[in-house]
Design a protein around this ligand. Structure first.
Ligand SMILES: Cc1cc2nc3c(=O)[nH]c(=O)nc-3n(C[C@H](O)[C@H](O)[C@H](O)COP(=O)(O)OP(=O)(O)OC[C@H]3O[C@@H](n4cnc5c(N)ncnc54)[C@H](O)[C@@H]3O)c2cc1C
Length: 269
């Protein structure tokens, strides 16, 4: 692909039922779950895309083998199922095509979220399902700036691994606990900055951590953000109003919103 731009692939994809193969805690608040099963056959993993994500259908608690739903023509879940699974968005941290293993890293934020609750207890043999969704792939980028919190760490890690070796830029990763840092493989020209604070990490702290101004003339900058909605909102306003970054030079998503379950808030508003 030549020229500058961004490819989005938000396809609806295929419904696949999978089983947990292995699960363990990478760090105190991040649990890795490796999924497998015959229905993974044909799974399309866009390794070169930034933060490929899927929609997980997380079964209700205590359903080891849920009665999975059917879907109507518009993609909505059709009943009846005794207790519906909830739909949650997660990054494909890795996909091993040869072994047919798909890896997802879950932030453990407590039992108030069905996905976090499921992940804490996940053990081999448990069922879950997914719908393939998408990824974004910018082209012709001179310099990347990734900004994300704990939930975006899987996407940033996957993106840094997938970028060409000569890629340049910075990744700013905000965590509440230094013990949740992970070793990341990044191109040599892409620096990593960890911001650690027990409290919320706001726009000012993030901007202070950015090493090079974003307004460099003649450079094609790509700004990637995955964060709690309030930080994402500030960065979206900054990108639009202060930097005037065109739409194809940023991807800024509300990865979650304080006090709201997924589905109860807009991703990009
Ligand atoms: C494209 C994309 C990719 C994502 N990839 C990942 C990923 O790889 N790993 C990952 O862990 N998350 C990821 N997320 C974020 C994840 O979808 C949300 O955190 C989701 O809300 C978790 O669902 P839940 O059922 O645990 O909680 P919900 O039922 O959605 O929320 C319940 C309560 O928990 C709060 N909450 C939700 N998430 C958090 C959190 N991280 N910390 C503190 N409180 C929280 C909510 O504000 C709410 O009050 C991704 C989001 C997007 C949009």
């Amino acid at each position: 692909m030549t020229g500058f731009g961004i490819t989005h692939n938000p396809g609806r994809g295929t419904f696949r039922r999978l089983q947990v193969l292995r699960a363990w805690c990478l760090t105190p608040h991040m649990r890795r779950v490796v999924l497998s099963g015959p229905e993974l056959a044909g799974f399309a993993f866009y390794r070169q895309g930034l933060g490929p994500y899927v929609k997980l259908l997380v079964p209700p608690a205590n359903f080891k083998d849920p009665g999975w739903p059917r879907f109507d023509a518009a993609g909505a879940i059709e009943g009846p199922v005794a207790e519906r699974p909830v739909v949650r968005t997660y990054t494909v941290r890795d996909f091993d095509e040869a072994l047919q293993e798909l890896t997802i890293d879950f932030v453990l934020h407590g039992d108030d979220g069905p996905a976090s609750r499921w992940a804490i207890r996940a053990e081999p043999g448990d069922s879950i399902a997914l719908l393939e969704r998408g990824f974004s792939q910018p082209h012709g980028v001179d310099r990347y700036l990734f900004i994300g919190d704990h939930t975006a760490l899987p996407a940033i890690a996957q993106s840094l691994e997938s970028l060409p070796d000569d890629s340049k830029g910075q990744a700013v990763i905000c965590l509440h606990d230094a013990a949740d840092k992970q070793p990341l493989r990044a191109p040599p020209g892409l620096s990593l900055t960890w911001l650690i604070d027990e409290g919320p990490i706001g726009f000012a702290a993030v901007m202070q951590a950015v090493q090079q101004p974003l307004t460099a003339q003649g450079e094609h900058i790509f700004l990637w953000v995955g964060a709690e909605a309030s930080l994402a909102r500030s960065l979206r306003a900054y990108a639009k109003n202060e930097l005037g970054l065109p739409r194809d030079q940023h991807s800024i998503l509300n990865y979650w919103r304080q006090g709201f379950a997924e589905g109860a808030f807009e991703r990009s508003g």
